[in-house]
Design a protein around this ligand. Structure first.
Ligand SMILES: *Cc1c(COP(=O)(O)O)cnc(C)c1O
Length: 409
């Protein structure tokens, strides 16, 4: 008899996006003429840039020729891509990495979810709240979250990020073994200063905490003083794994490519206190369960580091960040309080007069025909906020702002 992993039964269904689409659907049924604009979308919309397309076409042709055909590649990724990553994303920030510390993957979601494979089920995890749901759900599956009591898992340390603390997490009273940090943040759009990040690295060094640092939005950072990598902080290689993705950087959400940095000096511990390099364990895990990202995809990713590719990708990010600026100004002139949007493609909008996230979601849908994502869907501290993204077209963003303005004035 095959017994199941009963942790899966503890997971409530992920109703957030299906609840949203149900509500939008029923609105459309009763208002067939309404033209609904979605600013709830968490996916990019601009197409792949030319440099990426050309590199991928060329790679397809290589694969179609017996002389240049490639079968299985290295599970960790091709050296050409790993070298480009180190040279462009780390060396300019004063970070040196060995080729064996970079693991190319099929996107950051896989690795942020899979990293638990090499970690004990008894570890206590900490998360900032609100957060990207993958961190908690993957730990529920791994048996690390405990049980759900009301809206919180009892083995998870929730570190609130709210208006009161400027959306910057403070060190919690309860201890933890693993901590997820995501900066720039989805959903709040907040970024972290070097000083605040240093405080977390120092805390992790002093308390043997493993930091899982998700930097999927680093390409959106506009402010030169905001760190792009946790390894910009001294000592971070001893405590942190960093996840990055080409999804939001280069429109790869459908292409699938990212990478994970597991420094060689980073150690985990056996129950009797023996240190073990996590790089070794992750390499073993990847070579067993993962057979690499496609050659074509990796050539496409490499192309964003060419001068043309870099300029083209920068332009796409400019487009989304100009949307964010236009939206921030529009929402503020409509009298709303807006956070984020400066170093991230997300706007975290406070609902007026203590309205709940879901109530405001419905009011905006019916009043302005604009869809957002209720903040409470990202965790209890998200109540009273709605997330809007700047991933739409310029026209839709502008039109949505006009409607919201008209609706609230
Ligand atoms: C979109 C996103 C990712 C990237 O996921 P991929 O699997 O690389 O597409 C990672 N972390 C966060 C917080 C995200 O929002």
């Amino acid at each position: 008899m095959a017994l199941i992993n009963e942790n899966f039964l503890k997971l409530p269904g992920s109703y957030l996006f299906s609840d949203i689409s149900k509500k939008v659907h029923s609105f459309k049924l009763t208002h067939p003429k309404a033209d609904v604009i979605s600013l709830g979308i968490g996916d990019v919309t601009r197409p792949l840039v030319q440099a990426v397309r050309e590199a991928m076409h060329k790679a397809v042709d290589e694969m179609g020729d017996a002389k240049t055909f490639r079968g299985y590649g290295p599970e960790q990724g091709y050296p050409f891509l790993i070298e480009a990553i180190i040279k462009n994303d780390y060396v300019p920030r004063g970070i040196s990495l060995d080729i064996s510390e970079v693991f190319v993957n099929d996107g950051a979601k896989s690795d942020t979810g899979n990293i638990g494979d090499i970690l004990c089920a008894d570890n206590c995890i900490g998360v900032t709240d609100p957060i990207y749901p993958v961190y908690i759900d993957s730990n529920v599956m791994g048996g690390r979250a405990g049980s759900l009591e009301k809206d919180k898992w009892n083995n998870v340390v929730y570190i609130p990020c709210t208006e009161a603390n400027g959306f910057v997490p403070e060190i919690p009273p309860r201890r933890m073994d693993m901590l997820y940090l995501c900066y720039p943040n989805n959903p709040t759009g907040a970024s972290i200063t070097k000083e605040a990040l240093k405080m977390w690295v120092d805390y992790a060094l002093a308390n043997d905490i493993l930091i899982l640092y998700d930097a999927a939005y680093e390409a959106y950072i506009q402010d030169a003083s905001v760190p792009h990598s946790i390894y910009e902080i001294k000592g971070a290689k001893k405590v942190a794994i960093e996840f990055r993705s080409f999804s939001k950087t280069a429109g790869f959400t459908g292409v699938r490519c990212g990478y994970t940095i597991v420094p060689k000096e980073l150690k985990g511990y056996t129950l009797n206190g023996q240190p073990v390099p996590l790089n070794q364990l992750w390499n073993r895990r990847q070579t067993t369960k993962f057979n690499g990202t496609s050659y074509i995809t990796q050539r496409g990713a490499e192309a964003i580091y060419s001068p043309e590719g870099a300029a083209q990708v920068k332009e796409v990010i400019r487009y989304y960040m100009d949307n964010a600026k236009l939206m921030t100004e529009g929402l503020r002139s409509a009298g709303l309080k807006v956070y984020g949007g400066e170093n991230a493609p997300y706007l975290w909008v406070k609902t007026p007069d203590g309205t709940t996230s879901w109530k405001f979601f419905e009011q905006m849908l019916y009043g302005a025909n604009v869809v957002g994502t209720p903040g409470v869907g990202f965790g209890p501290s998200g109540e009273g906020y709605i997330r809007l993204t700047s991933f739409g077209t310029r026209e839709n963003c502008a039109e949505a702002m006009e409607r919201i303005h008209k609706w609230l004035k």
